[in-house]
Design a protein around this ligand. Structure first.
Ligand SMILES: [Zn+2]
Ligand SMILES: [Zn+2]
Length: 293
């Protein structure tokens, strides 16, 4: 699916220049603003860590690699697959576009578009947990036992095809709102922030906005994983009875019980080579149960 949609995206962008679009996507989603934000959060994690650990802990080193992979490979995939799906959707369901309503301020539509994107991201995340095929790709993100801001970028390149449905609210509002690039960058940062290794609950605001303490519960190795699925807002979890609010004093551990995917944290002995581990983690969804040991 990723291959077909990416090819369709490439063809659709032929007039404008696919590489220019990819460059713009990299600037928005992995450019200087996002990198500066990550750097600031790494510094904050050093000062007020939820779980104290060395700067070069194995989990940080591997997730730094995933950050580089994100900028170099994953964002181009997101751009092409997103464009491919949006083009198909436009052809198949042009009636989705609601007409221009000049009386309503543009900013209102931008807010609705962001809420719409957050809602469908929530749905895609739920599908990632419900459908075995998608879970095998999403499990990599959950395998991190040393959660940090960098874990936001620890994703399988093929999982992003499940998030293309965010093109639906964008298309619905296309005649009324073009979401500004700066908002997409802000949304990317707000979606990454809940992975930070800090205790923040955001107090009262945390009832509505996903905080690091709230998202950490989603990464817990035991109990229900299909709670606290929100990206930026908690409203979808609350409406579906899946919101579990954190207790500030408790910092639960993270990762997957039984380590079904090989991880970088070792049990005392020398850890596996990171290069091999990355290959093994990315190949994991395609391995049969028998050959996964
Ligand atoms: Zn998840
Ligand atoms: Zn997460």
């Amino acid at each position: 699916v990723t291959g077909v949609l990416a090819w369709q995206g490439w063809v659709a962008l032929a007039g404008y220049g696919p590489l220019r679009s990819i460059g713009a996507g990299q600037w928005q989603l992995a450019g200087p603003a996002v990198l500066l934000f990550v750097l600031v959060m790494v510094t904050v994690e050093r000062q007020w860590p939820a779980q104290p650990r060395p700067l070069l802990a194995p989990g940080h080193r591997l997730d730094l690699f995933y950050l580089v992979l994100h900028g170099a490979l994953v964002v181009p995939v997101i751009v092409l697959v997103g464009k491919g799906f949006a083009t198909q959707l436009q052809h198949a369901a042009p009636w989705l576009v609601i007409p221009r309503v000049p009386q309503v301020p543009r900013a209102a539509f931008v807010i609705v578009a962001l809420l719409g994107i957050d809602a469908v991201d929530w749905l895609a995340h739920l599908a990632n947990h419900r459908l075995q095929m998608l879970w095998r790709l999403h499990a990599l993100h959950h395998s991190q036992e040393e959660l940090s801001i960098l874990t936001a970028f620890r994703t399988h390149p093929l999982v992003h095809a499940s998030y293309v449905i965010s093109a639906v609210p964008v298309l619905v509002l296309a005649a009324n709102a073009a979401t500004p690039a700066v908002l997409l960058t802000t949304y990317a940062c707000l979606g990454a922030l809940p992975h930070a290794n800090v205790r923040w609950t955001y107090g009262g605001v945390g009832r509505w906005v996903v905080s690091p303490a709230y998202h950490r519960l989603h990464h817990a190795p035991v109990g229900r994983l299909d709670v606290n699925m929100g990206t930026v807002f908690t409203v979808w979890d609350r409406l579906s009875g899946r919101a579990v609010f954190p207790v500030a004093a408790v910092v639960p551990s993270t990762g997957l019980a039984g380590r079904p995917i090989p991880v970088e944290q070792s049990d005392g002995g020398p850890g596996p080579a990171l290069g091999w581990l990355v290959f093994r983690q990315l190949a994991d969804p395609f391995l049969s149960e028998g050959s996964r040991a």
